[in-house]
Design a protein around this ligand. Structure first.
Ligand SMILES: [Fe+2]
Length: 269
């Protein structure tokens, strides 16, 4: 079985910038690849409806099942608690992995959740939580997310859901997909303090620690960072980070077929 893996497609931004219908190009690509299954690790677009329409369109046009988890961009919102409502809306879709896992074969299960961030990556900076939150409200795209819970509480909720699923499938091989960085080795540090503070919002050490406890998690797919790490083996798990990113920022190739070829990771199970 051939699984095509993507993340951070940002179809609205890239479609507009490139002057193309992203959906058509994507359908052409996955048909060409003869994929049996498509996994997308979040940030398909900036709105719930665009993301869900994309999932439906790709599935209907190709007959290939698509599974996804929400990223932070899908749940951008203005009002208090609206991001939580957006996550709940996305989670209702049969392709979303938050409330159900996919038994791909007799041995292999795909488990997923949005994941989130908890500032644990900048613990060593010894900042007050209020200061980190204040920075989020004024300086980072996290200001567009408005959960009902705090960031730490929501990540805790995600980890509880993930652990429940991992316990359920302890006898199977698990491919785990979440949107956020699960391990500090995938962070980028610079001499710029502003940049380094952003690592608070990149993910959580706790996601990687959870993976370490479950030896049957053979693959961990994530995105969020727009740096393409590809496939990196760590502690017996293959971490897959293959974001498309933004045209004009992370990639400059105008032919989407070329850049999809570069960013798609194929996993045979
Ligand atoms: Fe993201």
């Amino acid at each position: 079985m051939k699984i095509c893996i993507f993340s951070d497609l940002h179809i609205d931004f890239n479609g507009k910038k490139l002057g193309i219908t992203f959906e058509e190009e994507f359908i052409t690509f996955v048909k060409k690849k003869e994929a049996d299954c498509i996994l997308i690790a979040g940030d398909i677009s900036n709105t719930v409806q665009v993301t869900l329409n994309f999932i439906d369109l790709v599935q209907n046009a190709t007959g290939i099942p698509v599974y996804f988890i929400p990223g932070n961009h899908e749940v951008w919102a203005d009002g208090e608690g609206e991001s939580t409502v957006a996550i709940e809306e996305l989670a209702k879709h049969p392709s979303c992995l938050i409330h159900h896992s996919i038994e791909l074969t007799k041995e292999v299960v795909i488990v997923g959740d949005s994941g989130w961030y908890d500032y644990s990556f900048i613990e060593e900076m010894n900042l007050l939580e209020e200061d980190i939150k204040g920075f989020k409200d004024t300086n980072w795209d996290g200001r567009y997310t408005h959960l009902k819970l705090t960031d730490k509480e929501y990540l805790k909720e995600c980890l509880i859901r993930i652990e429940e699923k991992l316990k359920q499938y302890e006898s199977k091989q698990v491919i785990l997909m979440n949107h956020f960085i699960p391990h500090e080795d995938f962070l980028i540090w610079k001499s710029d303090r502003f940049w380094n503070l952003c690592n608070a919002y990149m993910g959580s050490k706790k996601i990687g620690e959870c993976i370490k406890r479950y030896k049957n998690v053979t693959h961990c797919i994530f995105g969020h960072t727009h740096k393409r790490f590809g496939c990196v083996e760590k502690d017996g798990c293959m971490y897959i980070c293959t974001p498309l990113g933004y045209y004009g920022i992370e990639f400059f190739e105008q032919d989407l077929q070329v850049i999809l070829e570069e960013s798609c990771v194929i996993l045979e199970v």
